[in-house]
Ligand binder design. Structure first.
Ligand SMILES: NC(=O)c1ccc[n+]([C@@H]2O[C@H](COP(=O)([O-])OP(=O)(O)OC[C@H]3O[C@@H](n4cnc5c(N)ncnc54)[C@H](OP(=O)(O)O)[C@@H]3O)[C@@H](O)[C@H]2O)c1
Length: 245
């Protein structure tokens, strides 16, 4: 598929959903920046797999919770590839447990990465993504489900959805669309770590399609939102959860 837009930054692309998005956008023809915070080896593996498939990619470390690091991520991308056309704010973290037992440091970390990190990306993107470009955020289908054990995580993503709707209106005059994808349970480290096999089985049983999502299920939706074909989709949250909610 050919695009009239050509460089994409994917935050948190060293593994999981972000890695699948980076691979998909590179296969779609984007020069793709594979952002990561810690997992340098895995980010380099994602770049290598993109290059082996004939695509172009670059791994850039930046902690999205640090506004200066996010500005630097854009600067390095522009230096290497020129204008930024698509920004995918995918980096995210979670913890699982009742609200009464949430530790201060976990609360702060979720706010820092999921909310401040996405805000930092959206703000820098609003300033620097080219007219006609795309900003795509990752939310969660838990919004609307209100699952016990996910209070802070859900709250951070609810705030991301609110900013998505508002930024879409602010950037519409520049033909930049701002949308979110809200996955249900997807088989990644974020979902599987810290949850018992029994809980994962229970989650799976709640999904009418009878399986967990795979990162590629989400990457294909991001691919559409990043494409020229999605030009009149703006300010939307696309929920992909196998029909769970
Ligand atoms: N999996 C699900 O069931 C599910 C459901 C709904 C929504 N989501 C959302 O989808 C997104 C991706 O989730 P996932 O399941 O793919 O998670 P994952 O497998 O745990 O991957 C998370 C990614 O985020 C990066 N990251 C973490 N903190 C960062 C920071 N401060 N700065 C930059 N990158 C950072 C990690 O890189 P390093 O390892 O280098 O730190 C990693 O690449 C998240 O926003 C998540 O909330 C996931």
């Amino acid at each position: 598929m050919t695009h009239d837009i050509s460089t994409a930054i994917v935050t948190g692309a060293s593994k999981g959903i972000g890695a699948a998005i980076a691979r998909q956008l590179a296969a779609d023809g984007f020069q793709t920046v594979v952002n990561y915070a810690e997992s340098v080896g895995q980010a380099e593996d994602v770049v290598a797999s993109i290059e082996a498939a004939g695509g172009q990619a670059l791994a850039i470390r930046a902690d999205v919770s640090d506004p200066r690091a996010v500005a630097d991520l854009f600067e390095r991308t522009e230096a290497q590839f020129g204008t930024v056309d698509v920004l995918v704010n995918n980096a995210g973290v979670t913890t699982f447990g009742p609200l009464s037992e949430v530790r201060d440091e976990d609360y702060q970390h979720l706010i820092a990465v999921n909310l401040t990190g996405t805000f930092n990306g959206m703000r820098e993107g609003a300033r620097r993504v080219r007219d006609g470009g795309r900003i795509i955020n990752l939310s969660t289908s838990i919004i609307g489900h209100y699952s016990p054990g996910n209070a802070v995580y859900t709250a951070t993503k609810a705030a991301v959805e609110a900013m998505t709707h508002i930024l879409a209106k602010e950037l519409g005059p520049r033909r930049i669309t701002v949308n979110a994808v809200a996955p249900g349970p997807v088989a990644t480290e974020l979902l599987l770590a810290g949850r018992s096999p029994e809980l994962i089985q229970r989650l799976t049983n709640e999904i009418p399609l009878g399986r967990l999502g795979q990162p590629e299920d989400i990457a294909r939706i991001v691919s559409f939102l990043a494409s020229a074909e999605s030009g009149w989709v703006n300010g939307q949250v696309i929920r992909a959860n196998g029909g769970r909610n």
